[in-house]
Structures are given as structure tokens and as C-alpha cells.
Design a protein around this ligand. Structure first.
Ligand code: ZN
Length: 234
């Protein structure tokens, strides 16, 4: 029986007669763990190191557990959301203008940050975050697109993901973004997570996620209704 032709994978000889199933599995895994092509553009655009780009892709998995939010952020990072610029290019939209301001091309950076409506939304988001956490934040395009990777602010990063998804939902439903819409979304998330964690007897985990700077006081409800401060009493 003739030997199989030599195979070179990742610059190394891969002898199919000697390799075991775990070697094939490792090959599959190393392919899966490769960065998408878009990561090079992100690195260049936001001046990121190799370590930082790794954090960018890991961040959604550490701050949220909802698969659809992780998938959404993956699309943002890889620039595969169908903005009007993309839809126009492939003939699925009659023009490429922004769904909010109707005056600039709807690129990802315009829609999520540069648009006058998004700018006003993020300004209100900053006030909102300050209100619930007493922390000041001044968001940049980089913070909005990839998250804040070099600081330990899981709740802020989680809220940034929800806020971005909210902007996308507004675009999808032809609505102008308003901070009250996000506040209600956050409040709903908060209530659902509290309910699930109480049921699962994992309230400590819930408190760790939502308590800010060790404070057990949160103004999620207050921000919606301008009354009632919520104490974690359970
Ligand atoms: Zn716009």
C-alpha cells in the first residue's frame, strides 16, 4: 500500500498515519480560535495591541450571558450589520442615508456614534450612567464600538451593549432613539435577572453584577419614574 502524500499544516508536517483523533480536534480548535479578518482593521482603527484585540472579542462573553447580545456584538465587531450603506450597495435600499438623520451615509460608525441623534442619545446615556452609578464617563467612538476594555467596568460594558442594541432596534423599527426607551429596557433586564436569580438562589451573583462600587443602592427604577430608590433587601 502506498503512503499518503505529505501534508503540511500550519508550516508543520502532518503525518496522517501517526496522528490521533485529539490531533485532529486540536486542528479544528485552532482554526476556530483564529481572529476574524476584520480584527486587523479594528486593531488599526483603534490602535490596539494583540492583547487588547483578544480582550475585545472576549469582553461580550464576560459581561453578558444572552446569546443574542453576544451575536449582535460579534456582528458589530466584524462590520456585518446591514446598514443602509451596505443595503444600497447590493440593491436592497433606494439610498444609503442614515435612518435617523436622513442626511449622512449610514455607516456603522455614523449610526452608532457620529449621527446627531446618536450623539444626543450617548450624552443622555452618560447622565443616566452617572445617575445610577455616581461614576462619570465620557464615551468615544472606540468605547461604543468595542467597549471599555482596559478597565474593570462590567456593568458599564453590559449597558453599552444593551444601548447599542437599542439603537439598532430603533433603526429597525423607524423610531428615533430616546433614553427613556433604554431605561425601560434596562429595568426589564434588571427585573428578569433578579427574578431568575432569586428562583435559582444565586442572588449574590445578581448583586455582584448590578451593585456599583460596592453600593447596594441602585436607581434603575428611579431613573424611569423619578421616585423610589431601590434597596437590595433580599
Ligand atoms: Zn444620521
Amino acid at each position: 500500500m502506498s503512503s499518503p502524500p505529505p501534508l503540511v499544516i500550519n508550516d508543520k508536517d502532518f503525518n496522517v498515519l501517526k496522528k490521533k483523533s485529539k490531533d485532529y480536534y486540536s486542528l479544528l480548535l485552532c482554526k476556530k480560535a483564529q481572529f476574524p479578518n476584520r480584527s486587523l482593521t479594528l486593531k488599526r482603527e483603534f490602535d490596539l495591541t494583540g492583547d487588547q484585540i483578544q480582550k475585545v472579542y472576549i469582553l461580550p462573553h464576560t459581561v453578558c450571558c444572552e446569546p443574542y447580545i453576544k451575536a449582535f456584538q460579534y456582528k458589530v465587531l466584524n462590520s456585518i450589520l446591514y446598514t443602509n450603506t451596505k443595503l444600497y450597495k447590493i440593491g436592497f435600499a433606494t439610498d444609503n442615508t442614515c435612518s435617523f438623520c436622513k442626511s449622512h451615509p449610514e455607516t456603522l460608525s455614523h449610526l452608532f456614534f457620529d449621527c446627531i441623534y446618536s450623539q444626543s442619545f450617548w450624552k443622555e446615556f452618560q447622565h443616566y450612567f452617572h445617575f445610577i452609578s455616581k461614576e462619570l464617563v465620557s464615551l468615544t467612538l472606540k468605547d461604543v464600538i468595542i467597549g471599555i476594555i482596559d478597565s474593570n467596568r462590567p456593568l458599564l460594558n453590559y449597558l453599552l451593549l444593551i444601548a447599542k442594541l437599542y439603537l439598532w432596534d430603533c433603526r429597525r423599527t423607524n423610531m428615533q432613539p430616546e433614553i427613556i426607551g433604554l431605561k425601560h429596557k434596562v429595568k426589564t433586564k434588571f427585573e428578569i435577572e433578579k427574578y431568575v436569580n432569586v428562583k435559582n438562589n444565586t442572588l449574590d451573583k445578581f448583586k455582584r453584577k448590578w451593585a456599583l462600587n460596592g453600593n447596594l443602592l441602585l436607581n434603575i427604577y428611579f431613573s424611569c419614574r423619578n421616585h423610589i430608590l431601590l434597596w437590595f433587601r433580599n
